[in-house]
Write a protein of this length. Sequence first.
Length: 188
Amino acid sequence: DLEGYLSMQAGRAVGNALGTHLITGTGSSQPTGIMTSTTLGVTGATSVAGVFTADNLIDLYYSVIAPYRNSGSAAWLMRDATLATVRKLKGSDNNYLWVPGLAGAPDTILGKPVATDPNVAATAIGAKSVAFGDMSAYYVRLAGGIRFERSDDFAFNTDQATFRCIVRGDGVLLDQTGAVKHFIGGAS
């Protein structure tokens, strides 16, 4: 099933490329990524070289104003390795901040769902490693459909048929005054 294989591979490649820009894009010839658009919520302590504490996450949660924080679309965004660190954090009541989702419910931190993406920065000095807020304030627009094209002429000298998949899209956080805020690792 060559057609199915090409469709699957092209879909993954385009999805991964667009996904990278939707997280960290600069806004110049690419979408403005959500992590690029967020505003500062909390800066980590200088003594821990970019790592957050349970108190930092609680402060980040409350740095987002109530209408956004209480929205049904409010969520956390981080990479998998960062979530592994969060899973080990306990609050002042000695209970874990992270709560596993059961029966199809999402995993939560402080009662809000968690999304992971490999394009979010790892915890480090000066890195925006965690975001929290109303994710519905981030808009993605696809302009037109997905184009899948074949050329028998592009690689004519090597007897190869060339395929390409093109998607035009953009993304931007519409309310950049605080709908989604980030944690940034403090310098040591």
